[in-house]
Design a protein around this ligand. Structure first.
Ligand code: ATP
Ligand code: MG
Length: 584
């Protein structure tokens, strides 16, 4: 690769829409270029790195005995209809029609097609287990494409699928994938935490995510000292025991004017209606939050959620609990349609399938029988006190919607939780039989009986992993690729006007190339050393060899992009020094 002809323009300015470092730098250093929102073109340098990341993934998949195939991205509707995902996937799926008016989609994930292919070719338990994979472009019409290729609407995913005749087989296939993922991310130099995840719209039983911890991550996860780790969406609230309530006072409605917030309500309760044993706290109040569920078939359903007033509703947790439905705001029109709701004073009395509003009412798991609450009395300026769960009200069920906070107990009793953020770089699912059942994938077992195959599905975000690597490997001057993932092994920079410099740089470059070292050669005439050094720092090849002024004394300079260290090397030693550094 020669800088004189390389299809590249580096930029001094950050792209206007970029917020995170990897996005800014991948654009500025000429790795990717935005084609449309969430859709990126890969330029020569970017493609080199992408191929290297893919190679690591492919080698580890192959080493684990999984076989590579390649599906189309453009798929017919019918298989997705059979599993109900044509509808369930909602707005996230790109749908289109062919010239005859038949429905097609751009695949967001490929469970259906893998299932059908195996059904097409295999029929006996003797054919299993089987694990096949592809590295392929996926399409998702993300609501919020973000951070360049970190969350794109078109992106590269490695997706594998396992097929087993029984649960024990699936368990084994799942373990093999888990181990292969550990090797992939270790080789990519990406720190990761394996956390329990919700299976969501995919269905299935066991599921874990590989999260790369970083402050810019969109996922929040929790960890306990005893080893519990989960995506915050998957955290279940330990249910406290029911409380005796025979002696609880009867519920009573009180005037609580001017109490628009939980804080003002608690202050008013303590001032005017003190509790004899201890002061009221926010945790004694029951906050009822309204949302609208939009189901995949487009129907809207209002929903009320009751949580202790000291906690916010975490909309991502709520949405994960109710997947595949998506959340929308409960708007003015919705209030108008439900006159039983008194804004600011909504209580259990006006909620529930059997109530005047008819709105489904789901409660936080802490609202167990016998707990006593202050909550809206469904009259302006009034709250009801000592409203006892199980005695005075019940919900239509329970839901994980309340925020998880640092210090909350781990559900498995392994200690207090700490919270951190991460990027989801991989996800493994024990799917079970959902897809095989829907598409009728069966094989004959040992006894000649037809059995439904059990499946797993396993994804790695290849382009996302690349962005995560860039995010973790940069400084204020530019990218700093880990060795082996950089677009070249060495960046040879020829500086000065002297023809000798250029011929020497050329010669070193060809020798290195002949030794299997990939070279990016800056052979641009009439470009100042300053510009060349800046570009080299921005592009981020870990080893830089400068052929310039020193040549008169028979030396070149070897620079380490990561540490900034530079040392003079005798010309005769240059190739050797670079090779050692690269193979280091
Ligand atoms: P997210 O929660 O981030 O939207 P997901 O859970 O929907 O991701 P999966 O269906 O589990 O994603 O897909 C497997 C992997 O593909 C993810 O672990 C992630 O690394 C990658 N991936 C998913 N969506 C995107 C995207 N929009 N852009 C880039 N990579 C993605
Ligand atoms: Mg996922």
């Amino acid at each position: 690769m020669r800088m004189s002809t390389l299809f590249l323009r580096t930029l001094r300015e950050d792209p206007a829409e970029a917020e995170v470092a990897s996005h800014k730098l991948l654009v500025r250093a000429g790795y990717v270029r935005r084609a449309a929102p969430g859709i990126y073109t890969w330029l020569p340098l970017g493609l080199k790195v992408l191929r290297r990341v893919e190679a690591v993934v492919r080698e580890e998949m192959d080493a684990a005995g999984f076989q590579e195939v390649h599906f189309p991205a453009l798929l017919p509707r019918e298989p997705y209809e059979a599993t109900n995902r044509w509808t369930e996937y909602g707005d996230g799926m790109f749908r289109l029609k062919d010239r005859k008016g038949a429905d097609y989609l751009l695949a967001p994930t490929h469970e259906e097609m893998f299932t059908l292919l195996v059904k097409d070719l295999y029929s006996s338990y003797k054919d299993l287990p089987l694990a096949i994979y592809q590295i392929q472009t996926k399409y998702r019409d993300e609501a919020r494409p973000r951070a360049g290729v970190l969350r794109g609407r078109e992106f590269v995913m490695k997706d594998s699928y396992s097929f087993d005749v029984d649960d024990a087989g699936l368990e084994l296939s799942y373990e093999k994938h888990r181990e292969a993922y550990v090797r992939v991310f270790t080789r990519l130099g990406l720190d990761f935490v394996i956390v329990s995840a919700v299976s969501g719209a995919m269905g299935g039983s066991r599921s874990e995510e590989f999260l790369h911890p970083t402050a810019i991550g969109e996922d929040t996860f929790v960890r306990s000292p005893g080893g519990y780790a989960a995506n915050v969406e998957a955290v279940t609230t330990p249910v406290p025991p029911a409380l005796p309530h025979d002696d609880a006072p009867a519920a009573h409605v009180e005037d609580t004017p001017d109490t628009p917030t939980i804080e003002t309500l608690v202050a008013a309760a303590n001032a005017s209606h003190p509790r004899p044993d201890r002061p009221w706290t926010a945790a004694d109040t029951l906050k009822n939050v309204l949302v609208v569920l939009r189901h995949p078939d487009g129907t809207r359903e209002p929903l009320a959620v009751g949580v202790p007033g000291d906690r916010e509703v975490d909309l991502k947790r709520l949405e994960a609990s109710l997947a595949p439905a998506e959340l929308e705001a409960f708007g003015e029109a919705d209030f108008a349609a439900h006159p039983a709701l008194v804004k600011g004073y909504i209580g259990p009395g006006a909620l529930g399938a059997e109530s005047a509003s008819g709105i489904r009412y789901l409660l936080d798991p802490r609202v167990v029988e016998g707990t006593r609450w202050i909550t809206g009395a469904d009259q302006p300026g009034k709250h009801v006190f000592d409203l006892v769960a199980g005695r005075d009200f019940t919900g239509d069920g329970f839901v994980e919607a309340a925020e998880v906070r640092a210090g909350d107990p781990a559900p498995d009793g392994s200690g207090p939780l700490e919270l951190a953020r991460g990027i989801e770089i991989g996800h493994i699912f024990a799917l079970g039989r959902r897809y095989a059942e829907a598409l009728d994938l069966k094989v004959l077992d040992e006894n000649g009986k037809q059995v439904v195959v059990t499946m797993g599905s396993y994804g790695i975000g290849v382009t996302r992993a690349l962005a995560a690597i860039a995010e973790g490997n940069h400084d204020d001057k530019g990218l700093v690729w880990p060795r082996g993932l950089a677009p070249a092994d060495v960046h040879v920079v020829a500086t000065g006007k002297d023809a000798e410099v250029f011929t020497t740089a050329e010669r070193i470059a060809s020798q290195l190339q002949a030794d299997g070292v990939e070279v990016l050669l800056d052979d641009r005439p009439k470009v100042s050393p300053g510009v060349k050094f800046k570009d080299a720092e921005l592009i981020g090849v870990p080893t830089i060899l400068v052929v310039g002024k020193g040549l008169a004394e028979g030396v070149v300079e070897l620079r380490d992009r990561r540490t900034g260290e530079a040392r003079q090397v005798h010309l005769a030693e240059a190739v050797r020094a670079v090779t050692d550094a690269v193979r280091g």
